[in-house]
Design a protein around this ligand. Structure first.
Ligand code: GLN
Length: 464
């Protein structure tokens, strides 16, 4: 699909539409929608900003490419003065005191924030059912889950309620819902975009990234948000990804045989994936089969570390500095009651699991072992990217489940992340494109090779 951002920019500049009418239309759609994508609307701010854009255009002033473009924000980003709930009961009434760097950069470029979007609480989940705002319904079939944890963001983009949305991806939360709702979703190299103001889930893999309907829109938004930020020491200076994305230099594509030979993958996704590889070969590109860690090793390593980190990160939410407080007999009691009553079952499972793997007697055997495995996984990726330019993989082993189905079986839900979590542990840039299998394809390149991922996705778009 063509760039929606550029199309709307043209329409605004040529006065075919006004920014106010565009924003009103999208706010109306969001308000009426029955997919449960909205935690709160930012109607007043959005309309005030739209009016300014219209005034500029009326005055004959130039506007920037993102100026007046309406977008959505997963409800885990701080936006000053807005409810920032992480879809949790504990933070239901919390208003952010400052704005995340990534979002501030979009605001500075003139983009218009419309909505704080529904997601799994604190990013904990793969279906956007772990939320106090009602399960997010899939954009294509509303009996199915929207995917997660950035489900509301992916559905809003798929339904054209927002032009693009900013999701968060710790272990697949941008890529998987993008695949489930047939849109593009990009997790950049870890550190390319500042995490400052993104509520921390697992800090060592948390990434900010865009969801959109075209690769060009992903590129535009990525460029605006990227860059070193003194407030996030893991952020780095990156080069702008240029518009000339139609010259992919990829000569060899790798794929992981253990992803494809597993029992968990659906027959249809496997067959479609293999036929995509044939189409790539037919274009004269080498396809190389690679061995990798089994999916269960990737999933257990990821969940051990993610739970450990989230247990630490969420320890600050005790009803004192943050959160809805439930008074107990004394302070300790207050902490316990607040956390027991206000965290969801899934979040508590992760806090308990995380504290267990970090506790004395277990940390050497479990947490440190996971750290060690993570290093081995990273080393393996480095070796692989010496022999292949990109790795191609399905996004998920199966189609989205029905709403309600995965709630009873957390382990099955964790295993459904088999193809996304490894690339998070490797800190690699990975893009979901809505082609190749029913839940899309993931394109991954070596660290900081974000431009190569986007280039190759254009090539794939042309041949699939
Ligand atoms: N589904 C994974 C999890 O629950 C990934 C979530 C995410 O990326 N935030 O941890």
């Amino acid at each position: 699909m063509e760039s929606q951002i550029k199309k709307i920019h043209q329409q605004l500049m040529s006065k075919e539409i006004t920014c106010t009418s565009l924003v009103q239309e999208k706010l109306g759609l969001l308000k009426q929608n029955t997919h449960n994508t909205v935690n709160s609307l930012l109607a007043e701010t959005a309309l005030a900003l739209a009016k300014k854009v219209d005034a500029k255009i009326e005055n004959g002033e130039e506007i920037g490419l993102l100026e007046g473009i309406p977008f959505g924000i997963k409800d885990v980003y701080m936006v000053q003065g807005t409810y920032t709930t992480a879809s949790s009961n504990l933070l239901k009434k919390y208003k952010a005191a400052y704005t995340a760097t990534s979002i501030q950069k979009l605001l500075d470029a003139g983009a218009i924030p419309l909505v704080k979007e529904n997601c799994d609480a604190f990013g904990h989940g793969s279906s956007s059912e772990n939320t106090i705002f009602g399960a997010v319904k899939n954009a294509i079939n509303s009996e199915l889950v929207g995917g997660g944890s950035s489900g509301g963001s992916a559905v809003n983009v798929a339904k054209d309620y927002t032009v693009f949305s900013i999701g968060g991806d710790t272990g697949g939360s941008i890529r998987q819902p993008a695949g489930y709702n047939k849109v593009y979703g990009f997790k950049p190299t870890y550190g390319r975009i500042s995490r400052y103001g993104l509520m921390a889930y697992a800090s060592s893999t948390d990434c900010v990234g865009p969801i959109a309907k075209s690769i060009e829109d992903i590129r535009i938004v990525l460029n605006v948000m990227s860059g070193k930020d003194v407030r996030d020491q893991t952020s780095y200076v990156s080069e702008v990804v240029s518009e000339d994305l139609h010259t992919s230099k990829v000569k060899t594509v790798g794929y992981y045989t253990n992803f494809i030979e597993s029992d968990a993958i659906s027959k249809e996704i496997k067959a479609d994936f293999l036929s995509t590889l044939e189409k790539i070969k037919a274009k004269g590109i080498k396809v190389k089969a690679l061995d990798f860690f089994n999916a269960d090793v990737l999933v257990s390593t990821y969940y051990t570390l993610a739970m450990a980190e989230t247990a630490s990160n969420l320890s600050r939410l005790d009803g004192t500095n943050y959160g809805d407080r439930v008074e107990g007999k004394n302070l300790k009691d207050t902490y316990a009651i607040t956390r027991s009553e206000k965290f969801s079952e899934e979040t508590k499972r992760r806090i308990v699991g995380g504290n267990q793997v970090l506790s004395q007697g277990f940390s050497d055997e479990i947490y440190l072992k996971a750290q060690n495995l993570r290093n081995q996984i990273s080393a393996r990726f480095s070796e692989d990217f010496e022999t292949v330019d990109v790795v191609l993989s399905p996004v998920t082993p199966a189609n989205p489940p029905k709403i309600g189905e995965s709630l009873n079986d957390p382990l099955a839900m964790y295993l459904s992340d088999a193809y996304t979590v490894g690339f998070s542990l490797g800190a690699l840039p990975t893009l979901t494109i809505p082609k190749g299998t029913s839940t899309g394809l993931q394109i991954t390149a070596g660290k900081k090779k974000d431009a190569e991922v986007l280039q190759f996705s254009n090539f794939l778009n042309d041949i699939l």
